[in-house]
Ligand binder design. Structure first.
Ligand code: RP5
Length: 154
């Protein structure tokens, strides 16, 4: 059977972000949402980030999750290159506890917005991305409804 076209693109700035961001991938898998995952740094590999982000919408993606730490400009850079909504995940950091990452993301200047979940909020990014898909696809909206029902019963 053919692989499904990824609807969510997960990008992160470093291999060191992967442990946390597995939480995003696992939640998307639980919802049955096809995704792709790329490690690319906005400052170490800007051309790679550009190529991936600029082509994402044409490859069929609907929403992007971008995770980075410290001066976490990855989400803003990706948002500059795509018309897709970008959900950012600020990584917890050793020096400033992730406040650096958080402020880098939530303080995007007017005109290039990104959404931002909690520090290390990888799972919430997956839920929010699925909710975005659910606006136009009942299949994914139904999964969110079921997820919320299970939360209420827990
Ligand atoms: C950012 O800097 C990454 O997103 C990561 O969170 C942080 C540290 O990266 P490494 O030095 O661990 O590669 O680019």
């Amino acid at each position: 059977m053919a692989e499904k076209t990824p609807l969510v693109g997960i990008i992160m700035g470093s291999k060191s972000d992967l442990d946390v961001m597995q939480g995003c991938a696992s939640q998307l898998e639980e919802f049955g949402v096809p995704y792709e995952l790329l490690i690319a740094s906005a400052h170490r590999q800007p051309a790679k980030v550009h190529d991936w982000a600029a082509g994402a919408a044409d490859r069929g993606m609907r929403v992007i999750v971008a995770a980075a730490g410290k001066a976490a400009h990855l989400g803003g850079v990706v948002a500059a290159y795509t018309p897709l909504p970008v959900i950012t995940v600020p990584m917890k950091t050793s020096d400033l506890g992730g406040l650096d990452s958080l402020l880098s993301m939530v303080q995007m200047p007017t005109g290039v917005p990104v959404a931002c979940v909690a520090i290390n909020g990888a799972k919430n990014a997956a839920i929010l991305a699925t909710q975005v898909l659910g606006v136009s696809e009942p299949e994914y909206r139904d999964r969110i409804v079921a997820y919320k029902a299970a939360l209420a019963d827990a």
